[in-house]
Design a protein around this ligand. Sequence first.
Ligand code: WTA
Length: 648
Amino acid sequence: MSDKIYDVPSAWAERAYVDDARYQAMYAASVEDPNTFWGEHGKRIDWFQPYTKVKNTSFDPGHVSIKWFEDGITNVAYNCIDRHLEARGDQPAIIWEGDSPDESKVITYRELSSEVNKLANILRNRGVEKGDRVTIYLPMIPEAAYAMLACARLGAIHSIVFGGFSPDSLAGRVSDCGSKVIITADEGLRGGRKVPLKANVDAAINQIGDDSVDHVIVVRRTGGKVDMVPGRDVYYDEAAEQVTDECPPAHMSAEDPLFILYTSGSTGKPKGVLHTTGGYLVYASMTHQYIFDYHDGDVYWCTADVGWVTGHSYIVYGPLANGATTLMFEGVPNYPTTSRFWEVIDKHKVTIFYTAPTAIRSLMQGGEEPVKKTSRASLRLLGSVGEPINPEAWEWYHRVVGDERCPIVDTWWQTETGGILITPLPGATRLKPGSATRPFFGVLPEVVDAEGKVLTGACEGNLVIADSWPGQMRTVYGDHERFEQTYFSTYPGKYFTGDGCRRDEDGYYWITGRVDDVINVSGHRMGTAEVESALVAHPKVSEAAVVGFPHDIKGQGIYAYVTLMDGVEPTEELRKELVGWVRREIGPIASPDLIQFAPGLPKTRSGKIMRRILRKIAEDQFESLGDTSTLADPGVVEDLINNRQNKR
Ligand code: WTA
């Protein structure tokens, strides 16, 4: 916690869309009369047929239903492209910066239009229609944005799978939503290393069954050799030669699905978070404009990957709906050197920069010199997302990267929320390092205690949202009951975020992190249950329990307690083997940082693992283990403490 306060710089109070008085007035209007407020702001996108209804939502247990602008007809690709062509045809829509500093290109809105229409026709020629699911498994190349928008143009539902996920994870996501088409690349390129995307797709299809996927469209990224299955696989560039660049946008109802994005939760397999058309786009574009205070001429860069929700809302949909110039980066922060981010900012004259605390913390380790040798004079605003930003990292970001000139918007939100819910507005909000500050328009956060009692004033508890906002997820794909169960049953009538938070005397929110069995590793969500089920799939493992522990760079690391099968020797080699196993099963982001071989796990007499104790041990909080008297065998705790793994 930090008690420093940064005032809104005077230049900002003048130039921004919203100053503090306007924030207060707009916020009050938005929560007092959401129908009028959103009825007005819904007009920021173009509608083929205007809506007459605005909000129709219920969080009531058993009847959760969320509809916004339900009788309006529109198309997301039309809003992100066509409507800008007259005024902005020659303006850069996407600036692409490749993995290597020698590679970059600019795609104007006119070029974007032509590429998206062609890809839509390629898909249409392969039978893709409104409502069909298309899986996108691509690196950070412009084709990823073309693919999203081409699906939106046809009314197909895209499901992007992050390029770092394993064939097994990909297979699970392809079969859950029943995609018949996958768009991928021969290989990805990150930090000079190749990622075998097409080979992973082949392995995934092999696992699901050869007749599961009808078409694989392959972008040539590296030109690496891949197997092409005749009749199923086609190179993107070859298919593009066969089509025109005109494809009419499908007429979509506001509540027609736009995309599915799988995300980890406390239990079971990742859930398919479903977002729809109208409310999502209104919310993504409005938050992008106000929170980043985007004006014509700005160059906006969000360093996320399109495989995560941040890439959906704040690389592609929000910015393009606003006619912005959005930078898309294929590489990593430390390749070829740790100055890369700052060099890219200078090269493309980036004015707004949005990244994750984990990147800041890792670059901080290299000292100021790699930053200070660049100019960064173009920058005017910085943003942070994905996990709580510790005040030290905040201060460094502000002082070293932003030369004390640029406000920082610490934006709290989730895959489920579609867009940012709690955040400063740069012209309106005094900043406190480490606090996401105040709710965006239309957002009603509440802090509740374990019993669901709403706390008032300065307090600490669990964060819920009391009413709907237009960007909210509508359901878990194919499993509405799981949607209700996961988000609306803990505190009936309210959306439960899974996060803990503190509210201070100024009404500022400080997110303290997940209170469920989700861990946040470098801003990536991981379900402990997923890692556990990967571990127990190994023939030598009998049982596993996974918790998070504080990690200097990643925020949280993955700590796994593993019980081996009888007679198996706990060796250093086996430890490495298990780490490699999880990497292959799920993907590198799930690699355990520490594995402790434990002859026994702390269980209640009914056999339930007491994770609270495991968490405390992983956090080195041996004194605060709490009540261990209900354990079936209290003796296991001492062994666990004595063998605590410790190589941060
Ligand atoms: C965490 C990413 C603190 C939080 C957009 C949330 C944050 C989870 C912040 C969602 C922030 C995200 N401060 N914590 N500014 N932003 N989180 O779905 O725990 O990948 O529940 O969405 O990240 O992660 P997700």
